[in-house]
Design a protein around this ligand. Structure first.
Ligand code: T1G
Length: 709
């Protein structure tokens, strides 16, 4: 039974028991409603406690179900809204007893009770906006009645959760319970027998006087300005503000209808579908065919990092921040000192910005142990190598690590594109070798590509997946190929951005089009940040592998030849001032025009939509190959890489989700068009062609693959 009814003498207890988080899945609101009816009828019951089983109260509506409604595959019935009203109308006092999370519909349910008590550490919030929707069961109406208009607007528009002690101060929670929550809640319920608090929907004292909208006008204006500034797709946040505003200007029933209407509009919007996909896809990552959740993981109590450069230092910070002691090694004292001073500077900045306290930083720095002696690594559980990219050198490092480290220690490389099987071949423990590909700055970026090589053992993969969580990263398991998933797809994206400029687009127009699409930065700005010389050097190194007759990037190589490497030399696609602020450089366009003329590249006007299609579909076409080759387990895994490591807008769900929403037929047609115009780099991926002809999407394909496994 997902909803249980018991009794402690004169107090009835309703327990919601729907693991893992007591989401309000179909059947649960109905069962709570029946339990309330039963309590109302039972003459022996004088008060009621509503509690969640396990660690949480209720994490809200079931997001799997909402996603179906958002996709038009299911109908929504406002059962929760009705249930909450019914609870408020109950003649006996109902006390919601909150432990863990009361979020979204969970908080709405609790606000339908007459009282709320909470265990220390509990938290409440209306995080719906993070899913592209607004509270849909009266949250925008009842929260301002408990917490006041300003706080309710903030909570509904920004989605942040708040801790129980703050919730007490705000009036959302009536009492903190020390000791056992259920016993405390039952005792509280006895105190209020015969003295039921007013229904939340009738508590109007914190709303200001109805009919005098000007008194809250400044709050709403400021909130709107704030979300427009902070959010690139503020539709849901603005709707949340509108709904709270309605609570202050209309009678409850009417303003509830406003909420319902806005909720429905948000739920059927593209951002809602994308954001719910992102929530669910992030949780799917842990599900790896053949590696069940209970696969034994190896203990990771100490770590070592080889290489104290920007990457190595950042990686050391990641482990230290998670409380894991970490050695950091470089070849000489000067390199080590440079690396450590960068780490110290990073921490100092975090203290200045209020992200960490000085004490936290001091403790973390204690955990970072610089060394020149690889012998210090003999007892560590994991080593992450972050030396410069060169196969011969990496193999030397791994051979040495293999000699020094204890049997069973995991040896990971942070390479961005080298073959991990070959690196593993330098050791006698290929089963313990894998890629842990952090993204720069490692202490900030959430993404971690976990690269599985041929021989990597299940235990090593399971350990790495769990470790990713522990160090606060989104770990995505990928296969071994050049550039893995992220960089392999980024390369055609960047290539097309460059080609577009060579064909006549303005540098700023390319960046602006992709920024407007939602990318955190335009591709040419990213190139300047990363350094144009990296690609230039790689192209020189691998020139012998280039197929004759296939178009190669030209402009960035030429920019490098004239000393424009990007931000690091003060100029690349843009000029940079002392603060590294990009300034459009009028010298660039004529240079590129000249190079293009020499290479016989025709010039033309290029529209913003074409810029977006060229760059994004180049990425998607490569993603389709990656998916078909099994380098990524699911389309959603690719999306998680792009959302967490490449600045892809979360409200578009990731490149593969975006392609599905456009429709693969359309995407395929456009890719085919580019293929005709631009040649073999645009050959449509076979999977894209197949799915387009079958009228299916990447998500459908991934679901079917999962079913086969
Ligand atoms: N629905 C369905 N499944 C959920 C869920 C939910 N609301 N919340 C969590 N899960 C699953 C999750 O997929 C995972 O599954 C497992 O629980 C553990 O989650 C009407 C419209 C509660 C803070 O946005 O923020 O209410 O992987 O890995 O780190 O107005 O989950 O085990 O199969 O995240 O301990 C609003 C979302 C919904 C809250 C726990 N609610 N959840 O974090 O574990 S909309 C939310 C969370 C709504 C109403 C509306 C977190 C958590 P699996 P986890 P965690």
């Amino acid at each position: 039974m997902q909803v249980q009814v018991t009794r402690d003498s004169d107090v009835g207890i309703i327990t919601i028991d729907n693991p893992p988080v007591n989401a309000l899945s179909p059947g649960i609101p109905e069962a709570i409603g029946e339990a309330v009816e039963q309590m109302e009828r039972d003459a022996a019951v004088r008060a009621v406690v509503l509690i969640g089983a396990g660690r949480n109260f209720v994490a809200g509506a079931d997001i799997n179900e909402l996603a179906k409604v958002a996709a038009g595959k299911s109908q929504r019935r406002p059962l929760l809204l009705e249930l909450i009203r019914r609870m408020e109308d109950c003649s006996k006092p109902i006390v919601a007893a909150i432990q863990g999370n009361a979020l979204g519909g969970g908080l709405e349910l609790a606000m339908g009770a007459h009282y709320r008590v909470a265990a220390a550490g509990a938290q409440v919030g209306q995080p719906e906006v993070k899913l592209g929707i607004i509270p849909g069961a009266g949250g925008t109406q009842r929260l301002p009645r408990l917490a006041g208009v300003a706080k309710a607007v903030e909570m509904c528009a920004e989605g942040a959760v708040i801790k129980a002690d703050e919730a007490v101060k705000l009036g959302i929670i009536d009492r903190l319970i020390e000791g056992g929550l259920l016993a405390g809640a039952v005792a509280f319920a006895r105190e209020v027998v015969g003295n039921r608090a007013p229904k939340t929907r009738e508590r109007n004292d914190k709303l200001g006087k109805l009919g005098t909208p000007q008194q809250n006008a400044a709050i709403f204006a400021a909130a709107r300005e704030n979300v427009r500034k902070k959010q690139r797709a503020p539709m849901a946040a603005l709707a949340a503000i509108d709904a709270v505003e309605a609570a202050t200007t209309l009678p409850f029933d009417e303003s509830c209808q406003v909420e319902q209407k806005l909720f429905g509009q948000c739920l059927s919007s593209a951002p809602a579908g994308a954001l719910m996909h992102a929530f669910l896809a992030e949780r799917e990552l842990a599900k790896v065919p053949g590696i069940p959740k209970d696969t034994p993981a190896l203990p990771v109590q100490s770590v070592a990092v080889v290489g104290a450069g920007t990457m190595g230092g950042g990686i050391a910070m990641v482990f230290a921040n998670a409380g894991i002691p970490v050695f950091i090694k470089d070849v000489d004292q000067a390199a080590l000192d440079r690396g450590l001073s960068k780490v110290q500077n990073n921490y100092a900045t975090s203290v200045k910005r209020g992200r960490f306290t000085q004490q936290f930083v001091d403790e973390r720095l204690q955990l970072i142990k610089p060394t020149l002696n690889i012998g210090d690594f003999s007892a560590v559980d994991l080593v992450v190598e972050a030396v410069f990219e060169g196969m011969a050198f990496k193999k030397e490092v791994f051979a040495e690590l293999d000699r020094v480290c204890k049997p069973g220690a995991i040896l990971a490389t942070n390479t961005s594109y080298l073959d991990i099987d070959e690196i593993a071949s330098a050791t006698r423990r290929p089963e313990a070798v894998l890629g842990l590909h952090f993204f720069s700055p490692a202490n900030v970026m959430r993404l971690l590509e976990i690269v599985r090589a041929k021989a990597t053992s299940k235990e090593v993969i399971a350990t790495s997946m769990q470790l990713a969580k522990r160090i606060g990263k989104v770990g995505v398991l990928v296969g071994n190929c050049r550039g893995f998933v992220g960089n392999r797809m980024f390369s055609p994206y960047r290539r097309e951005a460059q080609f577009l400029v060579e064909e006549g687009a303005e540098v700023q127009a390319v960046d602006q089009a992709l920024y407007d699409f939602g990318m955190a930065m335009g591709p040419l700005s990213v190139a300047d940040l990363a350094g144009l010389d990296i690609g230039w050097r790689m192209r020189k190194e691998f020139r012998h592998l280039q197929k004759p007759g296939v178009r190669q990037p030209l402009a960035e190589d030429r920019l490098c030849e004239v000393g424009r490497y990007g931000q690091k030399t003060g100029a690349g696609w843009y000029k940079y001032d002392q603060n590294r602020k990009a300034i459009p450089d009028p010298e660039v366009a004529p240079m590129v025009r000249k190079w293009a003329a020499e290479a016989g590249i025709a010039q033309r006007q290029i529209s913003a939509p074409e810029i977006v299609d060229r760059c994004i579909y180049a990425m998607v076409n490569e993603g389709a190959r990656i998916l078909q080759e099994g380098i990524a387990l699911r389309a959603g895994d690719i999306d998680m890489i792009y959302l967490n490591g490449y600045g892809f807008p979360n409200y578009r769900g990731g490149p593969m989700w975006y392609a599905d929403t456009v429709g693969l037929k359309k995407v395929y047609a456009r890719v085919s068009e580019f293929h005709q115009q631009l040649g073999e780099l645009w050959e449509p991926a076979p999977l894209l062609k197949q799915l387009a002809s079958e009228g299916r999407g990447f998500a459908d394909f991934s679901r079917e693959q999962a079913a086969i496994v």
